[in-house]
Design a protein around this ligand. Structure first.
Ligand code: COA
Ligand code: AMP
Length: 636
């Protein structure tokens, strides 16, 4: 570990010179005179006065350097039967034209643009076009319902919304136009215009506010890159917090570009000309960082895949893509491989493809559970790497750094902190714990470049959500421990955030939706273990006094309500009507205990419980309704 240790120490002891060196590897219009500053609340700010444009660094710069004819994007869409390759030159030109179209609709530096698109090249074109103008994009995942979109529109206040006419799931076409119309109807803020990419699978009927993508581009003049300050926001990406209102994570421009560039080299070990495939979605942070920005900043080709790990058409889809596009680094969520393993337990489909180009497999989004790790490790001849990160950090906090010094992997561990991230484990009193002891995982300030610089429109929330718990440290919200050799094990969230099929969701938000039903007096939503999706939510509901309706009808209404308000990706499919919920004497629902029961663990009755019989009741109800592994749970 000597090379790693040396690099890590340098990044922590001399952050300014370390990152100044890395900053020289990206093109600037004006190099920064200051590397690291602190704002009035003591939060790190990187390269604030440098001037650059990430679209220039990722596209124009490479064309100028002779990479114009190299593919920038391989788009592969089994759900539509289409494929398309865009070279760096074509991509730059399409982006410049679309930026011109946005300009024509009045978008200028600092304006927000909401993007609601499936995995099509135009989603990347729209994101880069915003970046080209210095406008701030906010991409909303297509699986979110109109209400969620409305919340984001009200918070980000976009001048323009860019959408596709539809998205395509395994078994159905999802029209996006009604979602956009309903969202704008529900939101107080009304965007000036919407641009729709018309897709043949379902075209949108355009209204007065709407424009056809092809038409706006036809009349547009290509726009140049607008120089932006290093600290200017590139995007706002909403993520689930512990309350109903999602947090708009604000990412700056230059720190992000420098960090991503460094990660491509050091973590993922890819060089210009290599092919990088991240099977995620542009609506998530993985998509932003490792489908859209990092591969092109590094001069690689990015694979944009509109399909699923299974059923489009089969569980061999990833192997086909890796083989066909000669992918060197592949990145996805463990849940995708659990789905593949279910359909093709012996990995027979993999044998049909030559995947000798693959040098490493990276997994994130949720903990790589040891059974899935071992299955992959036995199947593949390349390193299987669990790495840990969050929307807030924008790039990995802990990883096995293949480009710096590959280390032996350990099942269940994300290996070691990435240079720049001073990860510590603290107890409740903010004291560091010993090796092998679990605690709260925090990052000592300064956070390295690339991490969030605020919560959109809510500086207080930035401080209260992340910085207030342990002064001088960023609170990750995850619990975990270091082993004796310095390997980091991330064991799960310590708050109300759950991870469903690699999607981050808030049980608090689901409780708000369920609790708003007129027949519900009280409720708890807990995340329980699921063999395929990692976790799934389950609702426990106490009806209001005098409720004489049908319980099954109520349960179905609540399921429909969450689907309508949050979206199908919440996977909220099980609700139980109960008479009482176990609480402490101060009235706090014992959610952790409920989770233990649903996960089939042994549990004790806490001395603080108000009504011990309530626990018995709920356990019985869970057993009757076959919730998780409740039948295996035992009271100690
Ligand atoms: N637009 C509209 N609906 C969407 C959607 C989108 N972009 N994405 C998912 N949905 C819907 C699905 O159709 C499904 O609807 P249903 O309840 O009617 O069946 C629901 O949301 C749940 O979707 P999902 O959790 O994806 O389940 P699935 O059973 O369709 O697929 C997996 C299971 C494991 C194949 C899939 O979850 C997967 O590929 N996961 C990897 C996730 C990932 O890459 N995350 C990125 C983090 S790195
Ligand atoms: P998101 O912001 O959607 O990327 O989700 C971040 C959360 O996912 C983290 O706080 C963790 O709880 C979880 N997570 C992501 N990657 C990992 C990993 N490799 N190991 C354990 N948990 C992870």
């Amino acid at each position: 570990m000597a090379i790693y240790k040396n690099e890590f120490q340098r990044s922590i002891e001399q952050p300014e010179s370390f990152w100044a060196e890395q900053a020289q590897r990206i093109p600037w219009f004006t190099p920064p005179s200051t590397v690291l500053e602190y704002d009035d609340q003591g939060h790190a700010r990187w390269f604030t006065d440098g001037e650059m444009n990430i679209c220039h660094a990722a596209l124009d710069h490479h064309v100028e350097q002779g990479r114009g004819d190299q593919p920038a994007i391989y788009w592969d869409s089994p759900v539509t039967g289409s494929k398309r390759t865009l070279t760096y030159r074509e991509m730059r030109d399409e982006v410049a034209l679309f930026a011109g179209a946005l300009q024509g609709l009045g978008v200028t530096k600092g304006d927000r643009v909401v993007i609601y698109m499936p995995m099509v090249p135009e989603a990347l074109v729209a994101m880069y076009a915003c970046a080209r103008l210095g406008a701030i994009h906010s991409v909303v995942f297509g699986g979110f319902a109109p209400h969620e979109l409305a919340v984001r529109i009200d918070d980000a206040q976009p001048k323009v919304v860019v959408a596709a006419s539809c998205g395509i799931e395994i078994d159905r076409v999802i029209p996006y136009k009604p979602n956009i119309d309903q969202a704008i109807e529900q939101s107080e803020h009304k965007p000036d215009a919407c641009i729709f990419l018309q897709r043949d699978q379902q075209r949108a009927e355009l209204g007065a506010r709407d424009h056809d993508w092809v038409e706006v581009v036809k009349h547009a003049k290509p726009a140049d890159c607008v120089p932006v300050k290093g600290s200017d926001p590139l995007y706002v990406l909403y993520t689930s917090g512990t309350t109903g209102k999602p947090k708009g994570v604000v990412r700056d421009t230059a720190g992000y570009a420098v960090a991503l560039h460094y990660s491509m080299d050091t973590i993922y070990d890819v060089s210009p000309g290599d092919v990088f495939f991240s099977a995620s979605d542009v609506g998530w942070v993985v998509g932003h960082s490792y489908i859209v920005y990092a591969p092109l900043l590094r001069g690689c080709t990015t694979v944009v895949y509109e399909g699923k790990p299974v059923k489009t058409p089969d569980a061999g889809a990833f192997w086909r893509l890796i083989s066909q596009y000669r992918v060197k680094s592949f990145f996805t969520a463990p849940t995708a491989f659990r789905a593949i393993k279910k359909e093709d337990p012996d990995g027979k489909l993999m044998q049909q493809y030559d995947i000798s180009c693959l040098k490493a497999l990276y997994l994130a989004g949720e903990r790589l559970d040891p059974p899935t790790y071992h299955w992959l490790d036995d199947l593949l001849e390349v390193p299987v790497i669990d790495h840990w990160w969050q929307t807030e950090t924008g790039w990995p906090i802990a990883a096995n750094l293949q480009g710096l010094e590959a280390m032996p992997t350990k099942a269940g561990s994300a290996t070691v902190p990435v240079p720049g991230f001073n990860v510590q484990i603290l107890d409740r009193e903010a004291e560091p714990v010993k090796a092998m002891e679990q605690g709260s995982v925090v990052i000592k300030q300064p956070m390295p470049p690339g991490c969030l610089v605020g919560v959109w429109g809510d500086p207080k929330r930035f401080h209260s959500a992340y910085m207030a718990a342990y002064p001088g440290y960023y609170l990750t919200g995850d619990g975990g421990y270091f082993d004796e050799e310095g390997y980091l094990f991330i064991m799960g969230r310590t708050d109300d955030v759950i991870n469903v099929a690699g999607h981050r969701l808030s049980t608090g938000e689901m409780e708000e939706v369920v609790g708003a039903h007129s027949a519900v007096a009280e409720c708890a939503v807990i995340g329980i273990h699921d063999a395929l999706k990692g976790q799934i939510p389950v609702g426990l509901v106490i009806p209001k006094d005098g409720f004489d309706g049908d319980e099954v009808t109520l349960e179905n209404e609540l399921i429909a309500l969450v689907r309508e308000k949050i979206g199908p990706i919440a996977c909220f499919k099980q609700v139980l009507v109960v008479n009482r919920l176990p609480k402490t004497r101060s009235g706090k629902i014992l959610r952790k205990l409920l989770r233990s029961i649903a996960d089939g663990k042994e549990y004790g009755v806490p001395s603080t419980i108000d009504d011990p019989a309530s626990l018995q009741d709920v356990h019985e109800a869970m057993k009757d309704r076959e919730v998780g592994s409740a039948h295996e749970a035992r009271q100690l």
